[in-house]
Design a protein around this ligand. Structure first.
Ligand SMILES: NC(=O)c1ccc[n+]([C@@H]2O[C@H](COP(=O)([O-])OP(=O)(O)OC[C@H]3O[C@@H](n4cnc5c(N)ncnc54)[C@H](OP(=O)(O)O)[C@@H]3O)[C@@H](O)[C@H]2O)c1
Length: 245
C-alpha cells in the first residue's frame, strides 16, 4: 500500500516504537496524529516534531476513545490508517504478590480490549476510504510466550488471533490489516533489561517496508528466526525467547 499522503492515528505515539512510527510517517509526507495519557510526553513529542498532531487519550477509557474518534474524524476527514500501538508490560510470576488483579486487568485492557474496541469504532470511517489500513503492534511473545510475562504474552496472542480474523473479515474491503512483531526493542518498556535491543527507528522502518510490500505479518529482527524455529521446535523457540528477554 502507499505510505505517502495518508492520515494516520497512532495510539501510544508519544514515545518508544509509536513515536518512531510517527516520525517515519511524517518523513514520508503523511499527516500524523498521536495519543497518550501523559500531556508532558505529548508536548515534548510535538516540540520535537512540530508537524505532529497530539491528543490526550487513555485508550482504556471508552469516553476518551469516543472523544478521540469524534475529534479526529471531524478534523481529519481523510483518516485512513489506525495504528494500535499503545501497550504496557509487567514482568512477574503469577504466584507472586505483585500479580494483583488490577495489574492483570490493566494489561488486558491496554493491550487487547482497547485495541479491539478502537478498531471497531474506527472501521466504518476507514472503510469509506479508497485505501486504508489497521496496523496492530503485536509482539514475538504472542507466538512464543515468555515465562515471566504470562498475561502480556496472552494479550499479544489475542492480538494475533484478532488480526488474523479481522484480515479475513475485511478481505473484500479497502482496509488491509497489518501485524507487526517486534523482538526486544530499546524503549522505556525494556529499560530494566540487559542484552541486545533493536532501535525503535529500525522497527518503524521495517513496518514501512512491510506495508509498501503488502506483507501483512511483519516479524522484525530476531523475531523472524524465532518464528521459523518455532515451526520446527517449539521447545527450542521457548528457550530462545527466555534468553532474549
Ligand atoms: N519494547 C519492546 O521490546 C517491545 C517488543 C514487542 C512489542 N512491543 C509493543 O510495542 C508497543 C509499544 O511499546 P514501547 O516499547 O514503545 O513502549 P513505551 O516506550 O513504554 O511507549 C508506550 C506508549 O504507549 C502509551 N500508552 C501506554 N498506555 C496507554 C494508554 N492506556 N492509553 C494511551 N497511551 C498509552 C505511552 O504513553 P503514556 O504513558 O503517556 O500513556 C507511550 O506513548 C506496545 O504495544 C508493546 O507491547 C514492544
Amino acid at each position: 500500500m502507499k505510505t505517502q499522503g495518508n492520515t494516520i492515528f497512532i495510539t501510544g505515539g508519544s514515545a518508544g516504537i509509536g513515536l518512531s512510527i510517527a516520525k517515519a510517517f511524517l518523513h514520508l509526507q503523511n499527516t500524523v496524529i498521536v495519543c497518550g495519557r501523559d500531556e508532558q510526553k505529548l508536548a515534548q513529542a510535538q516540540k520535537t516534531y512540530p508537524d505532529l498532531h497530539t491528543l490526550r487519550c487513555d485508550v482504556t477509557s471508552n469516553d476518551d476513545c469516543n472523544y478521540a474518534f469524534q475529534k479526529i474524524t471531524s478534523e481529519h476527514e481523510g483518516l485512513n490508517i489506525l495504528v494500535n500501538n499503545a501497550g504496557i508490560q509487567f514482568n512477574y510470576n503469577l504466584y507472586e504478590a505483585n500479580a494483583a488483579p488490577e495489574r492483570i486487568q490493566q494489561e488486558i485492557d491496554t493491550n487487547f480490549s482497547s485495541l479491539a474496541k478502537l478498531t471497531s469504532l474506527f472501521l466504518p470511517a476507514l472503510m469509506k476510504q479508497p485505501e486504508a489500513a489497521v496496523v496492530n503492534v503485536s509482539s514475538a511473545t504472542g507466538i512464543v510466550p515468555k515465562r515471566n510475562a504470562a498475561v502480556y504474552s496472552a494479550t499479544k496472542a489475542a492480538v494475533h488471533s484478532f488480526s488474523s480474523v479481522l484480515r479475513r473479515q475485511l478481505a473484500n474491503s479497502t482496509v488491509r490489516v497489518f501485524e507487526l512483531f517486534p523482538p526486544v526493542v530499546d524503549t522505556a518498556m525494556t529499560r530494566d533489561r540487559a542484552g541486545n535491543k533493536l532501535s525503535p527507528d529500525f522497527v518503524a522502518g521495517q513496518l514501512i517496508r512491510g506495508m509498501q510490500q503488502d506483507t501483512y505479518e511483519i516479524p522484525v529482527g530476531r523475531a523472524r528466526l524465532l518464528f521459523l524455529i518455532n515451526r520446527i521446535s517449539p521447545a527450542l523457540a521457548a528457550q530462545m525467547i527466555q534468553r532474549q528477554s
